[in-house]
Design a protein around this ligand. Structure first.
Ligand SMILES: CC(C)(COP(=O)(O)OP(=O)(O)OC[C@H]1O[C@@H](n2cnc3c(N)ncnc32)[C@H](O)[C@@H]1OP(=O)(O)O)[C@@H](O)C(=O)NCCC(=O)NCCS
Length: 188
């Protein structure tokens, strides 16, 4: 499973990615709005081992979690995922975590657009959603830049890291993405 955009190559995670992944998985700021706590090396390794097995997007419950690397240098800068959440509703859900060292250059936006297009092409999703904490401004900005629509604000929905947190649901339909993706496909 390899995907490409203008500046990025998305590929399966490898054990050799441990150091690059540890850099951002261990950062409390990076995981602030993510359900898990900062990880130590053994937790990062366990995460890679799990992700390495997630290489199919064929039936409900499958998910892809790909390493995002810079084409120019091969450097791993983050990861994007897409999960096949419902067969009957033809729905997928995306996730993303990036090393802040590489933020502010549109890499996350470009990588997420790439994996969404792949999901719509491969599974023929009807709808792709993203969940985010309303305090996660960077995440909301990325979703809005991509053209996602905010559809819901669940109040005090989940108990995460010792507190009740709200959840925003963003979504994009296949018919909408057909238009939105033109901008990103041009850059490939
Ligand atoms: C959410 C997250 C991926 C966003 O990262 P990011 O660096 O803001 O996103 P991008 O790499 O797409 O960069 C976007 C910025 O680059 C700018 N940019 C520069 N060149 C660009 C280009 N070619 N295309 C798009 N944006 C570009 C944008 O204007 C934007 O800047 P702004 O935030 O000042 O408006 C990152 O903050 C993160 O990993 N957070 C921790 C994990 C997390 O919370 N994940 C989400 C869980 S729901």
């Amino acid at each position: 499973m390899f995907l490409e955009s203008a500046r990025l190559r998305l590929r399966p995670m490898e054990l050799a990615d441990e150091e690059a992944m540890f850099q951002y998985h261990s950062d409390p700021e990076v995981v602030r709005y993510i359900p898990w706590f900062p990880r130590d090396r053994s937790q990062v390794r366990a995460s890679i081992e799990k992700i390495m097995k997630a290489t199919r997007l064929e039936v409900e419950g499958d998910y892809l979690n790909l390493a995002v690397t810079l084409k120019e240098t091969g450097r791993l800068i983050g990861q994007v995922s897409i999960e096949f959440t419902s067969a009957v509703n033809e729905c997928g859900e995306i996730g993303y975590v990036f090393n802040p060292e590489f933020s502010g250059q549109g890499y996350a936006t470009e990588a997420i657009a790439t994996i969404i297009s792949h999901g719509f092409d491969l599974v023929e999703f009807h709808r792709v959603i993203a969940r985010t904490d309303p305090r996660n401004i960077a995440s909301i900005k990325v979703l809005e830049r991509l053209g996602f629509r905010q559809e819901a604000h669940f109040v005090s929905e989940e108990f995460i890291k010792g507190e009740w947190v709200d959840t925003l649901i963003f979504a994009v339909l296949d018919s909408e993405w057909a238009e939105l993706r033109k901008k990103w496909d041009l850059q490939r």
